[in-house]
Design a protein around this ligand. Structure first.
Ligand code: PRP
Ligand code: URA
Length: 209
């Protein structure tokens, strides 16, 4: 089973409370989603492999550490995942970005894929799949299915708010994928929204509906 981690640093909890508030407007919502994503990226990238290199400091020759291993691609699930990309790029500026478009049928909650554009070498990259919300888990599971079909094998899923139902289904469907969230909420309601949640993340980010 992959790792499941709630990244509940005080700064993240504080910022999450700001965006959960229904009176938080689009501008602040967008800014704070990116700030949380940046803080989470610090923890999500903790196990990145290092290698030793020899450098010359102004004082002496010295062996020091540098990142090695697989390069990173950030994969936002459209639309709402886009809101997390810039924050992660602040920490990993050389990452490539692949997009996967998914929308959830409002009645059945079934996900539908409508867009897929990845860097050519996703099979040799570490992928950070990002979407603020893990609700039923349908969108995340289908996105990862789709990435695996195209050769991806090294993936972490990063969200802001997760429902227990979605975590369970995602772990069952893709036990090789680590899941990171800023909060594990109580449940889903009958409309498939996370409770207490933060509402429709895409609409709040882009000011729609
Ligand atoms: C939201 C959210 C996730 C999905 C989560 O997207 O951003 O992608 O729902 O729900 P699930 O776990 O039950 O699949 P939505 O379909 O509303 O599209 P949007 O991002 O374009 O608003
Ligand atoms: N998608 C959202 O944007 N919010 C939820 O609470 C559930 C799915």
């Amino acid at each position: 089973m992959g790792k499941f981690q709630v990244i509940d640093h005080p700064l993240i909890q504080h910022k999450l409370t700001i965006i959960r508030d229904k009176n938080c407007g689009t501008k602040v919502f967008r800014e704070v989603v990116n700030e949380i994503a940046m803080l989470m990226a610090y923890e999500v990238s903790r196990d990145m492999p290092l290698e030793e290199v020899e450098i010359e400091t102004p004082i002496t020759v010295s062996t020091q550490k540098t990142l090695s291993g697989k390069k990173v691609a950030i994969v936002p699930i459209l639309r709402a995942g886009i809101g997390m990309v810039d924050g992660i790029l602040e920490l990993i500026p050389a990452a490539k970005v692949g997009h996967i478009g998914m929308f959830r049928d409002e009645e059945t909650f079934e996900p539908h894929e409508y867009f897929f554009k990845m860097p050519e070498d996703i099979d040799s990259r570490q992928l950070f799949i990002v979407d603020p919300m893990l609700a039923t888990g349908g969108s995340a599971i289908m996105a990862i299915d789709s990435l695996k079909k195209r050769g991806a094998s090294n993936m972490k899923f990063v969200c802001l708010v997760a429902a227990p139902e979605g975590v369970k289904l995602l772990q069952e469907a893709h036990p090789d994928v680590d899941i990171y969230t800023a909060a594990l909420d109580d449940k889903l309601n009958e409309q498939g929204y996370i409770v207490p949640g933060l509402g429709d993340a895409g609409d709040r980010l882009f000011g729609t509906k």
